[in-house]
Design a protein around this ligand. Structure first.
Ligand SMILES: [Zn+2]
Length: 502
């Protein structure tokens, strides 16, 4: 059974599945795992997916991508910090927008909740009152689970100073329901109304309160929260003992690592943007990255050659879906789709072929002619053409931004200035004379290199190399048989003639 089905079986009817996001900076690819894990479970369990944005959390420091003007906003809720580009209502929305757009492209259907709005609308009031009244019990849970003593003046509510706007810089002096009385570091003495966004619960209490307020049944979260003494350990005790409710069903996931660089993290700069992934592969393949492995296994993402392997794998699962029997593979393919599974097996042009094709042709119509040579595309022609074009565009983006240099080449329009030995010229003549005999296929064209090299007694390595010399002006190139078959026959013949004449 697929992992999403296993998790869904743990849940009751119409479950509510929650995910969270703290938009303190650009949201990288690593974050799609939480959302897509939750979404897969929601699909399998017929549940609802929500995304709670921690928009009332403070700006913690001057990140490298911020200018000095943001110094004065450190400590203020993200919803109160100005947007960087000026086009969004606030800092949180600025970073959420591209992430939400990517999720939409991947077909993720969710309800978005901003935490600062929940507070502003009083949704936390009841939970906050309970936590404050049971403050000693809460403190006992936190210190016993984390093994650290809380300070004597610890209080389970962080007021936002109404003078300096900062969160977490004040000492609480008392609680006069519904007001928390505080003295801020800036010297201001004030009171925060727990029925509003005058302040918030500390994270460990906030998380548990949220489960209770929204009746959350399931939540995927990163393994950092699941560490011993982490917020999951305290959260599940708080919800049981303070709110008298069972914790949601947890789904703990591992990180997405950038191959050879460790876990993706904005602060270490080890990052691929979600937008980049979606520029390189279809949204279905992006989903496949998450749907295939179990959540508790880490994902090694390699935007170089690994990207080609990933698309090849997806194509293999697609083949299995239409032609094979493997139930798990079929389920993974289904969960990778945005809507319904296509009715017929789509025509696929492997990425590895397109890597050559987009470097040979700058015209999609011509590319299409080469690709469909000898194929029956029938009435699906138009749709297939569009699909090829989409893939070609993705491959172009990959070549420009992430591909290793060794796959890049350009066809020389004229015969490059090359020195060929008599034997090499003899070989090319034989080759020219033989290509009309068979089909214009990669196997045939490859085979002919061997046969003709044997015929004139030319070293095989040299025989392959001579093609790269006359076509690309270099000693290396893509796998020759396929490469030649992707070129137009007349062009190859003409280039052979030119080389032989020299
Ligand atoms: Zn203050």
């Amino acid at each position: 059974m697929h992992w999403a089905e296993v998790e869904a079986n743990e849940l009751g009817e119409d479950p509510l599945i929650a995910t969270g996001e703290a938009p303190s900076g650009p949201i990288h690819l690593g974050h799609i795992r939480e959302l897509l894990t939750g979404e897969a479970i929601a699909r399998e369990a017929d549940g609802e997916l929500i995304l709670i944005v921690d928009s009332i959390d403070p700006l913690r420091k001057l990140y490298p991508f911020l200018d000095d003007s943001y110094n004065e906003y450190i400590g203020r809720p993200l919803s109160e910090v100005p947007c960087i580009c000026g086009e969004h209502d606030n800092y949180a929305e600025h970073f959420m927008e591209p992430f939400l757009e990517s999720l939409e492209k991947m077909g993720v259907d969710l309800n978005l909740i901003y935490a600062h709005e929940m507070y502003a609308e009083g949704e936390y009031a009841k939970a906050t009152r309970i936590v404050i009244k049971k403050k000693d019990e809460v403190a006992e849970i936190i210190s016993s689970k984390t093994g650290r003593e809380l300070k004597d003046d610890w209080f389970p509510y962080n007021p936002i100073c109404s003078e300096c706007g900062k969160l977490g810089n004040s000492v609480v002096n008392g609680f006069e329901d519904p007001y928390v009385l505080y003295t801020c570091e800036c010297g201001y003495q004030g009171k925060a109304d727990i029925r509003t966004d005058d302040g918030k619960l500390p994270w460990r209490c906030d998380w548990a309160a949220r489960w209770w307020i929204l009746s959350i049944d399931c939540e995927p979260f990163g393994k950092d929260h699941a560490a011993s003494g982490g917020s999951w350990d305290t959260g599940k005790e708080i919800i049981k003992k303070i709110f008298d409710r069972e914790p949601p069903h947890p789904v703990i996931y591992e990180w997405i690592q950038l191959k050879g660089e460790g876990p993706m993290s904005s602060s270490s700069g080890v990052v691929v943007k979600t937008e980049d992934l979606l520029n390189m592969v279809s949204p279905e393949v992006a989903r496949f990255l998450i749907m295939r492995p179990k959540p508790n296994t880490h994902i090694d993402f390699d935007p170089g050659f690994g990207l080609l392997d990933m698309v090849d794998e997806y194509d293999k699962y697609e083949e299995e879906y239409f032609e094979g029997q493997d139930k798990d593979m079929k389920k993974i393919y289904e969960l990778s789709q945005i809507d319904e599974v296509p009715k017929r097996k789509p025509l696929r042009i492997p990425y590895r072929h397109l890597v050559n094709l987009v470097q040979i042709y700058d015209d999609y119509e011509k590319m299409w002619k080469v690709v469909t040579e000898g194929e029956q595309v029938g009435s699906q022609g138009e749709a297939y053409f569009e699909r090829m074009k989409q893939r070609a565009k993705s491959v172009e983006y990959w070549l420009e931004n992430f591909a290793p240099d060794m796959v890049k080449f350009s066809i020389k329009e004229e015969l490059p200035d090359v020195d060929l030995s008599d034997k090499e010229i003899e070989f090319l003549k034989e080759y020219r004379d033989s290509i009309d005999d068979g089909k214009w296929t990669s196997e045939q064209l490859h085979q002919l290199v061997h046969e003709n090299a044997d015929a004139v007694n030319l070293n095989k390595g040299k025989a392959f190399r001579v093609f790269y010399k006359i076509l690309l002006g270099q000693n290396k190139g893509p796998r020759l048989g396929r490469f030649l078959s992707q070129l137009e026959k007349d062009f190859v013949k003409e280039r052979l003639e030119d080389a032989i004449k020299v």
